[in-house]
Write a protein that binds this ligand. Structure first.
Ligand code: NAI
Ligand code: MG
Length: 360
């Protein structure tokens, strides 16, 4: 299989972890006889420095002419005082909008070898294997009006939670289809006891459920969902929810594993061009020190193989290799509670590649 992959490493540890993912994908290409071509583009702070904008036109064109996009992370203190239009995160929001990446997928999985660092007790996190499907391009973060106003002579502000039927349908369809390939359960999270958008969301979920008889649909109020994620995370398979609820719940869920550095994500569009990135940021505190955990980025590469290229065996090979290395007791510094031995970013990448080479 021949594929062109756009790589946008971004800033800070984004570059270090992106290099790791490319190396692992190259190894996969070699063993499974795929021709992966990597082409680099600028985004975020470095793009501001070199091109005067966080999302240069060439980067958008590069993505559009590629089969998938891999992104590291953007941002850093150097650009924190910039005007809003010249902030690195603008690049991230911009590319999501340009590619219409409406579904953000975050798998959360726990590893036996890492149980010690989870804030939850060991037996609670055994068998946790869930996916959060978050609507990414509408809802409270995009609804208009969103502004400061004067109301009854008083200072006030307004944000708007707005959803069109089509926007709700496509995110729910994504969740149902994902559940079909997993354990067949969708938990739709809303606030239908209060919000009108949630009532519409629930109606549409019920309508669609009849199209997926092999999937069980349950509804859960968002406050309860926040509680259940801590009480018994293993009850979930696929969680689907609107933009802001998903933002909050996915950060909460990410802590179940114990480290931000472990978690991959996929952002999907209907065009077939999808973007993959770790959930962490550019980690300026450890950038340039070869200390970053590259696993979140490497697993994002595995998601790319699965969702963009239908290369399921290859994706599983990467996931197995990661698990194997962790089970053997090797970990980067973030996985040690800052005590005990650890290996560096590049060493972790080498370990994973070695398992892949042996398994093959
Ligand atoms: P962060 O995720 O960069 O770091 C939070 C903490 O986790 C830090 O102590 C960091 O060292 C650690 N950490 C994160 N990823 C790690 C990894 N792979 N291995 C080991 N340790 C890791 O979030 P923070 O500090 O809030 O933001 C730093 C910068 O990143 C800011 O400029 C922020 O805007 C940006 N950011 C970018 C994101 C993106 O590009 N998607 C997402 C979140 C933040
Ligand atoms: Mg967040």
């Amino acid at each position: 299989m021949k594929k062109k992959i756009a790589v946008l490493p971004g800033d800070g540890i984004g570059k270090e972890v992106a290099n790791g993912a490319i190396e692992v994908l190259k190894a996969i290409g070699q063993y499974y006889k795929h021709d992966f071509e990597f082409e680099f583009g600028l985004i975020g702070g470095e793009a501001i420095d070199k091109c005067g904008t966080p999302l240069p036109e060439e980067t958008i064109e590069l993505c559009r002419s590629s089969d998938a996009v891999l992104l590291g992370a953007v941002g850093g203190p150097k650009w924190d005082k910039n005007l809003p239009e010249l902030r690195p995160e603008k690049g991230l929001l911009g590319i999501r909008k340009e590619l219409d990446l409406f579904a953000n997928i975050r798998p959360v999985q726990t590893y036996k070898a890492l149980q010690e660092i989870s804030p939850l007790k060991g037996e609670k996190i055994e068998d946790v294997d869930l996916v959060i499907v978050r609507e990414l391009t509408s809802g409270l973060y995009f609804g208009k009006p969103s502004e400061r106003i004067v109301s009854d002579g008083e200072e006030a502000a307004v944000d708007t939670l707005f959803y069109k039927r089509k926007e709700i349908e496509r995110i729910l369809e994504t969740a149902f289809q994902m559940a079909q390939k997993r354990r067949g359960k969708v938990t739709s999270v809303d606030k239908a006891n209060v919000l009108t958008t949630s009532k519409l969301w629930r109606e549409i979920a019920e309508e669609l459920a009849s199209k997926y008889p092999d999937v069980t649909l349950e509804h859960m109020l968002v406050d309860n969902a926040a509680m259940q994620l801590i009480r018994m995370p293993s009850q979930f398979d696929v969680i689907v929810t609107e933009n802001m609820f998903g933002d909050i719940l996915s950060d909460e869920a990410s802590m179940i594993t114990g480290s931000l550095g472990m978690l991959p994500s996929a952002s999907l569009s209907n065009s077939g061009l999808h973007l993959y990135e770790p959930v962490h940021g550019s980690a300026p505190d450890i950038a340039g020190q070869n200390l970053a955990n590259p696993v979140g980025m490497i697993l994002s590469g595995a998601l790319m193989l699965r969702y963009s290229f239908d290369l399921h065996e290859e994706a599983r090979a990467i996931e197995k290799a990661v698990k194997h290395v962790l089970d053997s007791g090797k970990c980067t510094r973030d996985l040690t509670n800052n005590e005990g031995a650890f290996i560096h970013t590049t060493e972790m990448v080498e370990e994973i590649k070695e398992v892949l080479a042996n398994d093959y």
